[in-house]
Design a binder for this molecule. Structure first.
Ligand code: ATP
Ligand code: MG
Length: 201
């Protein structure tokens, strides 16, 4: 039976940056994953109402630009296609169903930055999610290590991180600063074409 090791890397990616890229490539290498799926959240319910959100299709396009030349990294629009709130448990369930239908044995990793590790219990259906995935916790600058509820299987992705966040990029872009060190030129072109973050000044 063919066996696949797949990383689910969910995010708003508004915009995606080199911190995301490094986190995904490190997780892929350290965990021996066949593929890391950048799953673009359609409706990130935990961020609802906090700020304007760029259209999902544009965020998807930016992720594609960021990972274009990287083998084994893929953009996934499955949460956008599904619509409604973006729950990782639904994504994990769907991937398991697809693997079963294809006769594949699937091993799923949920890749999260250290800033999110302490929140896993607040996610939708944590018990079900914990049964489907191993959590891969990626170090993130300035984020302390937090103990997880014992229901979660987890591994650490270690090594250096890039001190970058989408929040940092949005305000830098709104101020017209050069952000080439933080993200891909293709992403910057899409931001400019859609005039995305003028509100973030
Ligand atoms: P925002 O500042 O808008 O919250 P973000 O940079 O945190 O954006 P998200 O789309 O919220 O990006 O994050 C998607 C995933 O990437 C999360 O698991 C987050 O913890 C992780 N992540 C984001 N930036 C980094 C980074 N620099 N290093 C490691 N992981 C990161
Ligand atoms: Mg974040």
């Amino acid at each position: 039976m063919p066996r696949a090791r797949v990383g689910i890397y969910g995010g708003t990616f508004d915009p995606p940056h080199r911190g995301h890229l490094l986190a995904a490539t490190k997780a892929k290498a350290q965990l021996g994953l066949d593929v890391v799926l950048f799953v673009v959240a359609a409706d990130p319910w935990q961020k609802r109402g906090t700020r304007p959100l760029s259209p999902a299709e544009v965020r998807m396009e930016m992720v594609e630009a960021l990972i274009a030349s990287h083998e084994g990294l893929e953009a996934s629009g499955m949460e956008i296609a599904r619509g409604g709130p973006s729950y990782s448990v639904d994504t994990a369930r769907r991937l398991c169903e697809e693997a079963r239908a294809a006769g594949e044995d699937l091993e799923l990793y949920l890749i999260v930055g250290a800033d999110l590790a302490g929140q896993l219990e607040t996610w939708h259906e944590p018990e079900e999610l914990a049964a489907l995935v191993t959590v891969a916790i990626v170090e993130r600058d300035g984020e302390p290590e937090v103990p997880l509820h014992p229901r979660w299987r987890s591994v650490k992705v270690t090594g250096g991180t890039i001190d970058a966040s989408s929040t940092m990029l949005r305000s830098a872009l709104a101020e017209g600063l050069a952000v080439d060190a933080l993200t891909d030129p293709g992403v910057i072109r899409i931001v400019e074409a859609h005039d995305l973050y003028h509100w973030a000044r």
